[in-house]
Design a protein around this ligand. Structure first.
Ligand code: FMN
Length: 169
């Protein structure tokens, strides 16, 4: 199998957040896509080791903020390379608490959406959560940050917990 075929799959970059027992957390994910239009549903693939996964399982709610192209690397480093088990990430950014109670991150975000998990699929290392949207808002116009731009222009990397992680050659 030529794994390089997988490199041709396109993605955006997002902050996924959740809340459980009054505690909030979030992480970066590239694996977000729209599943259906009416009702609007999206899918997100989250690593089972992540604190965000634990919170989503407990509460059954999550929010997604779509990052803009100008998002600085340190912001992606905070949400994508550090765990909420070590630091309080939400204390370091702006957010609004949405209808589900999830913190919808507004820093560097073009828009956000939130909803309830209505189904999930076991993907081995990851769970794919299917979420029916309860609310969504556009914050500003801009170009969404793609995973390709993050890698090729910003020279950004992904950790082992990302589904698209590449072993060093
Ligand atoms: N983790 C996932 O579970 N799913 C993803 O799609 C995903 N994509 C990522 C893409 C990039 C560019 C980066 C930098 C990270 C990605 N990650 C992904 C990894 C998580 O963001 C990372 O494991 C995070 O530290 C988990 O935080 P938590 O333990 O606080 O939930």
């Amino acid at each position: 199998m030529d794994r390089k075929a997988l490199y041709d799959i396109s993605y955006g970059l997002y902050v996924i957040t959740s809340i459980a027992d009054g505690r909030m957390n979030g992480q970066i994910a590239n694996t977000v896509f729209q599943v259906s239009s009416t009702p609007a549903k999206i899918a997100v693939s989250i690593n089972k080791e992540n604190l965000t996964h634990e919170y989503i399982l407990k509460s059954g709610v999550l929010a997604v903020s779509t990052l803009g192209q100008e998002t600085p690397l340190p912001f992606i480093g905070l949400f994508g390379f550090k765990s909420g088990r070590e630091i309080d990430k939400l204390s370091q950014c702006a957010y609004v608490q949405g209808a589900t109670g999830c913190p919808c991150v507004t820093d560097h975000a073009l828009s956000y959406m939130e909803g309830k998990v209505v189904a999930s699929a076991d993907g081995g290392t990851h769970t794919v959560f299917i979420v029916e949207l309860a609310a969504a808002a556009v914050l500003k116009k801009g170009t969404p940050l793609t995973y390709a731009y993050y890698q090729e222009v910003k020279n950004g990397k992904a950790p082992k917990t990302a589904p698209t992680y590449k072993e060093a050659a």
